[in-house]
Design a protein around this ligand. Structure first.
Ligand code: ZN
Length: 394
């Protein structure tokens, strides 16, 4: 029976000696059932515990048809076993989960925003409140009320009632009992603040939540999803924010309050430089095209390692404008990942382009006076020029 398991009798118990009473294997892996357990099985929005059973890592814990199944990373240990709980993980879950009880109770009682869903994620938690939107000021007030109840160190207690007593309980927060529920109903009370049906593990006092911060909101199914973190998670999150800010201070050479302004200015500068660069490239391409047009050869070859296809096309356009009867093979990039443009005002351009693509071990396409594509073997371009001269010079 769940309500007799050690994780319910004492959610602070981290070590337990017990017996394996059944074992097997299903689609999730190798499992054992135990005479008693400190491992909470996934349920009610609270993730499953981790830890070890006689040194063998527990990778998942789920409710099975007859009891709690502990999924193991190795072979099941001998009948007498010692369970050790990953306490840091469990305590984190208890902080987020108890924090959610408090948050939902205050949101509903004092603001009229009912909780319709709760998620306890690996990074963030959230509740969905039945309010279309929340202003920053409203969030700040909600957070302040939660902080006040954390400081009040209100005891959190669990008790059980008969199912028929549930209907008569005033101000009970409940999303209804699970289908097929049998036996007593588990109630979790935050003294003076909340009474809810719940099957999770909880802290002894709201003071152990430490702190709870509302981080962001987003519209969700007509309501509002509110992201939050509580307890040690908030401290860890703050530390990683601090480390990131310190890096940004170093990179941008600015104080905290100036970081956004400096970053925006740098991005604007970058965007302006990009525009300038494109203008200079345009001019360079035109000058190069005109210069190449002075080449006396029948087929002119041009290569530039840092040139992209668009640049080559601009060079080719300028070339043809200055030398309408010329033929230009322009290549760019490095061996293995190059591109090429063949430019000529000729009816057989497509065949010539296919020849180039074939010789350079690439592929391409084109029409009008330009054929372009990707090429693997740029080093063969001199040989290609000779082939083109043979054809064009006829
Ligand atoms: Zn709960």
């Amino acid at each position: 029976m769940d309500e007799l398991s050690a994780f319910y009798r004492d959610p602070y118990l981290c070590r337990l000696e017990t017996q394996v009473i059944a074992s097997g294997r299903d689609e999730r892996g190798v499992w054992v059932e135990l005479a008693d357990t400190i491992f909470y099985p996934e349920g009610g929005g609270q993730p499953a515990d981790r830890g070890t059973i006689s040194g063998v890592p527990v990778v998942d814990v789920q409710k099975g048809p007859h009891g709690v199944r502990h999924y193991l990373q190795g072979e099941p240990p001998s009948p007498l076993v010692t369970l050790e709980l990953d306490w840091e993980r469990r305590f984190d879950h208890m902080q987020q989960h108890t924090g959610q009880h408090l948050l939902s109770a205050i949101a509903e009682d004092r603001f009229g925003w009912r909780t319709t869903a709760f998620h306890l994620g690996a990074e963030l938690c959230d509740v969905e409140l039945n309010v279309p939107s929340l202003r920053p000021q409203e969030l700040a007030e909600l957070e302040a009320h939660v902080a006040e109840e954390i400081r009040a160190a209100r005891p959190v207690k669990v008790h059980y009632v008969e199912p028929e007593e549930v209907a008569g309980l005033p101000k009970l927060r409940s999303r209804g009992l699970p289908e097929g529920h049998k036996g007593k109903v588990r109630l979790v009370a935050i003294e003076g603040v909340d009474l809810a049906t719940c099957g999770g593990t909880h802290l002894r006092s709201t003071s152990e939540i430490e702190t709870l911060a509302l981080l962001a909101t987003e519209p969700m199914r007509g309501g509002t999803r509110v992201y939050f973190v509580a307890g040690a998670r908030l401290r860890h999150r703050l530390h990683s924010h601090e480390a990131r800010t310190a890096q940004l201070r170093k990179i941008l050479g600015a104080a905290d309050l100036e970081l956004t302004t400096v970053a925006q200015a740098k991005l604007a500068e970058l965007s302006e430089l990009g525009k300038q660069l494109r203008r200079v490239q345009e001019e360079l391409a035109c000058l190069l095209g005109e210069k190449l047009a002075a080449d006396p050869q029948t087929v002119t070859v041009f290569h530039r390692e840092d040139a992209e296809l668009a640049f080559l096309q601009r060079v080719a356009r300028a070339f043809l404008e200055a030398k309408p009867h010329g033929v230009l093979l322009a290549t760019g990039g490095r061996e293995g990942q190059g591109s090429f443009v063949l430019a000529a005002n000729r009816p057989d351009l497509r065949e010539l382009g296919e020849l180039v693509a074939h010789e350079l071990e690439g592929r391409g396409g084109g029409s009008g006076h330009m054929y372009q594509g990707k090429a693997a073997h740029l080093w063969q371009r001199e040989q290609v020029r000779k082939r083109l001269e043979e054809i064009v010079g006829r």
